[in-house]
Design a protein around this ligand. Structure first.
Ligand SMILES: Cc1cc2nc3c(=O)[nH]c(=O)nc-3n(C[C@H](O)[C@H](O)[C@H](O)COP(=O)(O)OP(=O)(O)OC[C@H]3O[C@@H](n4cnc5c(N)ncnc54)[C@H](O)[C@@H]3O)c2cc1C
Length: 362
């Protein structure tokens, strides 16, 4: 008999986990009221989930640490991304792994650190860049920077679109209704929808970002998370920078990502603002690159402005990847790197499930 699994939430984590589990043969049901909505940023920005609001930047190999869970998840995700994109392109051919990523050093100490990172990780495609090498693209980089061949970006809208189609292929049941509560039921788990309907599963994976805490509290699992708002912009450039063609997929300066996205269009983001209210000051600082924006950037017109919330775990490191009880798994609280860490997170969840819950059982 097949052992069914429920996934709560259909942002990047929920969709990717559901797809990975279904690919391995698990019968999967995914819940999210947003499943009836098109994946797009055109609706009011307060309605965007974290993934739709995100920029999809993958800063895996440029991570400053070289050990620990954070580094392992990053490294593994960077190995898996090309394979994931390869399989998902069938559903949305424009989905691509856009590379490379250029990180600009803001001061001398950072320049030295990035230089050291480049020499340690040459085999991962890192190379340090001198100010002269950056001059044609970003003449302000007086302390040099780092080029990472495999880091870059995945468009989060195309990613979600392709995952949704992949779920259809695997006959994953999609329920466009919020989950109200989760209950222990016999040797498995009961999902109670807001409409009152009850569905029984052998296991449930919670991928509901900030809403995960409220689902876990009645089960006596305390996993508080706090919102951290991010604002992002799409700019239309009046004059293009001199060497626009040579630009990387992502240029990072002072923590701000500059992403060419279509003719004369540039994405800029994102602010990091504690709480859930968008403020003007951080947006203005980002827009002006802390007063260092080149003229062509200053003269650009804002054609899109949106915001979204990140889920930051309280007093625990991000992300929250845990088996809380047999068959109750949490994949949430990815904070700033939910797109980057998706493949390794989904793989971790599947390994935990397969350990405790063979795909088929008596
Ligand atoms: C402006 C901004 C820029 C970002 N840029 C990047 C970036 O460049 N790179 C990167 O890796 N990360 C980035 N992030 C972070 C990234 O977006 C998140 O880490 C990631 O999207 C989290 O994915 P998720 O699936 O956990 O959450 P979400 O995408 O928020 O999805 C959670 C889903 O759960 C659903 N849900 C909630 N409650 C229930 C319920 N009771 N029942 C059913 N469903 C429910 C919601 O409807 C929602 O669709 C950015 C975030 C923001 C806000």
């Amino acid at each position: 008999m097949n052992r069914p699994v429920a996934v709560v939430g259909a942002g990047s984590l929920g969709l990717g986990t559901a797809w990975h589990l279904a690919s391995l043969g698990h019968p999967v049901t995914i819940y999210d009221p947003r499943l009836t909505q098109r994946v797009s940023r055109t609706r009011s920005s307060t309605e965007l989930n974290g993934t739709t609001a995100s920029l999809g930047v993958l800063m895996g190999h440029v991570f400053r640490r070289s050990s620990g869970r954070g580094w392992r998840l990053r490294k593994r995700s960077m190995e898996l991304w090309p394979l994931w994109i390869n399989r998902l392109q069938r559903f949305v051919p424009e989905l691509a792994l856009q590379t490379p990523l250029l990180q600009v050093a803001g001061d001398e100490a950072t320049g030295i650190r990035l230089n050291g990172l480049a020499s340690q990780r040459q085999q991962l495609g890192l190379k340090s860049l001198s100010p002269a090498e950056l001059d044609a693209i970003w003449p302000r980089a007086e302390h040099g920077g780092l080029r990472s061949e495999q880091d870059g970006r995945v468009d989060p809208l195309k990613l979600q679109q392709s995952l949704r189609r992949a779920l259809e292929e695997h006959q994953v049941t999609q329920v466009a209704e919020p989950v109200d509560t989760l209950e222990r039921h016999r040797s498995g788990w009961r999902v109670v929808r807001t409409g009152g309907q009850r569905d029984d599963f052998a296991a449930v994976v919670i991928c509901a970002a900030l809403a995960s805490s409220a689902l876990l509290a009645p089960l006596d699992h305390d996993r508080p998370m706090t919102p951290v708002l991010g604002q992002a912009l799409r700019l239309e450039l009046k004059e293009a920078p001199i060497n626009w063609q040579q630009w990387p997929a992502v240029l990072v300066d002072q923590g701000v990502n500059l992403i060419p996205d279509g003719p004369n269009q540039l994405l800029l983001g994102a602010t990091v603002e504690p709480g859930s209210e968008a403020a003007e000051d951080p947006l203005a600082l980002m827009r002006s690159l802390h007063g260092k924006a080149p003229d062509w950037l200053k003269s650009a017109t804002v054609v899109e402005h949106w915001s979204g919330l990140r889920a930051r775990p309280v007093e625990r490191p991000a992300p929250l990847l845990e088996q809380l009880e047999p068959g109750l798994l949490l994949a949430s609280g990815h904070y700033r790197n939910g797109v980057l860490l998706l493949p390794a997170s989904a793989e971790w969840i599947a390994a935990e499930l397969n350990h405790n819950l063979p795909i088929t059982g008596a």
